[in-house]
Design a protein around this ligand. Sequence first.
Ligand SMILES: [Zn+2]
Length: 490
Amino acid sequence: MFKWNRNNDADNKIQNMEKQSISVARRKQAQSLRNDSKYQDTIRQRKEEWKKRHSEFDKATAKTEINNIKSQIADMQKQINASLEKEKPLEKKVYIDGTGTDEDMRILRQSATERKKMQEQVEVLNGDMLDKQEVYKNEAQNRLIKAGTIEEIKLSKKMTPDTVDVLEDTLTKLKDKYGIMPKGVVYNPSKVPDATVTYNWVDDKIYISNRFNDINNYADIVNKSEDSLIEYREKAVINKAEAEIELNTQRMAVRENLMDTLTHEYGHFIHRHANADYVQKSSVFGAKDLGGKLINGDWKYDINSYYSANAKIETAKISKYATESPYEAFAEGFLAKEKGQEIPESIEKVIKEAKVKAGVKNIANGQKNGILGSTKDERILDVHPIGKINKEIYKCITDDILTDEVVITNNQIQHIMDRHPNDYERFSSYFGEIVKNPDYTIEANKPNTALLLKEIKENDEIFKTVLRLVASKDNPNYKNSIITFMKIDE
Ligand SMILES: [Zn+2]
């Protein structure tokens, strides 16, 4: 025991000496490499390369890869089905009729073995495809969050890249056009019973189900639904109002594709936001003007009252779906207008007013003037908090600073993204630190505007930022705002 311990100690000593001499050599080598400017340049280039490759997601390649796997799976599935067809009569011969030969038995076994192998491969490919689709949809989610399009977005990894693309595009367009968005778009089939997508009036989120995963498959659902119109007409009981509704009805719903269903739900969102007190069903915006009657605490059409029945007849001009309730009349009318279609004037009026009440962007006066956006409402809707400044640091620019809060608007984010590609995505996390603790603060050539320089040590990068400070002459609702931002050396 003792001896063994002593030997062990000696071994340790030798090992330690070896370690030390190695580390001395390494240190020397490292020192010489640090002084080798050529080597340092190479390393820097390599770092840049790596960063470039890892910061830009190659959408097109990812999409091609996913579609390749998909067609591989389809091919194998065909082969598997062909094998099953081939095995059926052989199975009958061998196991049921008892007329199979040894050769039949051999072929049957071989076919079954190969088929099982293929099925296993299909499973592997499927897993691989879902992994890739997950990355694809995660990238889209990140883009939407970073662009400030929506606060929360959670899609399914089963969603096809085409569907992800169109959804991203649709949400971006709605945000650009109206400026306001629901709190989230969330994949949660349990919250979307028997439907494709639904807006939750209470938590202000749009929920999507598995039917929302494939934009191409959705056409079947639309067609089946429109086919059922014939059945609906045949079943309709003919009293006067119902007959008129039936005659008016030319289609089940306004939507023609998957994204139309999303826009319909966005219509419910606008409707809900038209009234501050959205929880009280009795105060739902425009419900009465849409011809609704408050029955058992909710707005419905009452075919037995003249006013409500007439309103329902009007909604039938939009779609069968619109006749369901004042809520659906609004959402279907909203979608129809988005698609450039005519709708009954009375309904159009309610939708127009609701848009204004909900605080959407001023569509008619869409042009932006000045750095702080054109209207107060728009600014409030479009701003993202960045952090706070120490007013002392900015005294050299002005000592008349109203607030220490700093924001960035969607317009400026878009400006940065347009003029300095990738800078916003890669460096926006530094904004807070830059405005709080700039290395240099210089007066810019515009009033109350500071040009900030900041070196971020860990990456040896220098950033230039222009910050507009809000002074007492400005609108007191405004906050200090980042006007532009770029990485120097570009
Ligand atoms: Zn609806």
